[in-house]
Design a protein around this ligand. Structure first.
Ligand SMILES: NC(=O)c1ccc[n+]([C@@H]2O[C@H](COP(=O)([O-])OP(=O)(O)OC[C@H]3O[C@@H](n4cnc5c(N)ncnc54)[C@H](OP(=O)(O)O)[C@@H]3O)[C@@H](O)[C@H]2O)c1
Length: 172
């Protein structure tokens, strides 16, 4: 069976995804959605994103961290159980690894999204739009998306302090 390769990202109304190697907002709703969507599946992230989440694997997920220099990765591999951690040189390395599940989420950051969005095997893009307009230093490369993908579903959540728009895009 072919793998499902899915980008999942949270951006603000400027397309910003990060600032100073962190995410410059807190959305409980989005964090819950992210966890519920990715749990028990595979996640692939860049080394900087891995550091931004504390240098530890996300629990109950197969975690692949992309790096060009394994010496930068201090945490030991975790190879058993529902939480696993591996270091790889590319998205392809992760997809070919024996532990990789059939559903695979690309979880950032900008560099890894930019690679993933240009892949022909990318099946879906899930975007949370957070209601603020701060400027950051990393952005989602949305301009690479619109030619190949169309909106499949759009949901608005209107909680007073935590409004969120969820958009799913599928290949045209
Ligand atoms: N809002 C969101 O949904 C979201 C999600 C994730 C991250 N973020 C934010 O995004 C920012 C980080 O993004 P970023 O673009 O700076 O970093 P990144 O994509 O997380 O990581 C970049 C690093 O990954 C490795 N890498 C990526 N592609 C590679 C390749 N093809 N070959 C070899 N190595 C590769 C390199 O590691 P080495 O330097 O070790 O070689 C590179 O320096 C942070 O602010 C983070 O908070 C936001």
């Amino acid at each position: 069976m072919n793998k499902e390769l899915i980008i999942i990202t949270g951006m603000n109304t400027n397309g910003c995804i990060g600032k100073g190697n962190t995410i410059p907002w807190y959305s409980k709703l989005d964090l819950t959605f992210f966890k519920n969507t990715t749990i028990n599946n595979t996640v692939i992230m860049g080394r900087k994103t891995f550091e931004s989440i504390g240098g530890r694997p996300l629990i109950k997920r197969i975690n692949y961290v992309i790096t060009g220099d394994m010496n930068k990765c201090k945490m030991q591999l975790v190879q058993d159980g529902p939480t696993q951690l591996y270091y790889v040189y590319s998205i392809d390395n992760a997809l070919q690894h024996y532990a990789c599940t059939d559903k695979v989420f690309i979880i950032g950051g900008e560099r890894v999204y930019t690679d993933a969005i240009q892949r022909e095997d990318l099946t879906e893009v899930i975007i949370s739009i957070i209601n603020n307009d701060v400027q950051g230093d990393t952005y989602f490369p949305i301009w690479l998306l619109d030619k190949e993908f169309k909106v499949y579903s759009r949901k608005e959540f209107k909680q007073e302090n935590d409004p969120l728009i969820l958009i799913e895009k599928m290949r045209k």
